[in-house]
Design a binder for this molecule. Structure first.
Ligand SMILES: [Zn+2]
Length: 224
């Protein structure tokens, strides 16, 4: 009887250690061990593509950052509202994607108009700006500096905007992605649903590799 009790105690202890081990692994990964990546989407919102991408992000419970155009948000406020409601980060990508040839004053007016739309929908003023086509001009630098925006580019261009097939996008991203990457996608200008289909492979695979999906602000301001 005593021996049986000892065996039972050992079994329970063993179970607790294994169980505890799982919790400890999870805690340490959440607290600092897991690699992080930020998904970013430029040029939207789009009435169809943005919604479909939001559906995929919801399926895997991951958050992303949308660098929107004010003019598209005026036409298609619904997907923007959905992105806000789902807890995604919304930032500024200019009003109409045109920056060349504009003065600092004109650019500032467009950025502020976009910021107004974002703040009206989300209750939060944008803090980051992604220059259209990744091009900075002295006038744009001046406008952004006067508004206190932080400029954000990317570290991994998926090239979805070129019409690249979904399989090739996913293959190249999964081959080169690393901890701390900011991935550039598009939810408006990419042809078809290549971006969505690439994400259908990228997101679950990165989750299985232990990646955490964070917003740009989380990536840039919070330690692991
Ligand atoms: Zn763009």
């Amino acid at each position: 009887m005593r021996a049986a009790f000892r065996r039972l105690t050992a079994l329970v202890l063993c179970f607790l250690l294994v169980f505890d081990g799982i919790i400890l692994v999870r805690v340490s990964a959440d607290a600092g061990g897991s690699p992080r990546v930020a998904l970013t989407f430029d040029d939207g919102p789009h009435p169809g593509r943005t919604k479909r991408i939001l559906g995929l992000l919801e399926k895997y419970s991951v958050k992303a950052t949308f660098f929107i155009l004010g003019c598209n948000a005026e036409y298609y406020p619904e997907p923007l509202k959905m992105a806000v409601a789902a807890g995604h980060e919304i930032e500024d990508h200019s009003f109409d994607h045109v920056t060349r040839g504009k003065s600092a004053g004109e650019l500032k007016a467009g950025i502020l108009k976009t910021a107004e739309i974002i703040e009206r929908v989300s209750g939060r003023a944008p803090r980051y700006f992604r220059p259209p086509e990744g091009q900075c001009t002295p006038a744009l630098d001046e406008a952004l500096a006067s508004l206190g925006y932080r400029t954000v580019f990317w570290t991994l261009d998926t090239r979805d905007w070129t019409g690249k097939p979904a399989d090739a996008i996913a293959r190249d991203v999964l081959k080169t992605v690393k901890d701390g990457d900011i991935l550039l996608f598009h939810d408006y200008t990419c042809p078809g649903d290549n971006t969505l289909h690439a994400l259908e492979r990228i997101v679950p695979e990165l989750l299985s590799r232990g990646y955490r999906f964070v917003t740009v602000e989380e990536l840039l301001t919070k330690d692991k």
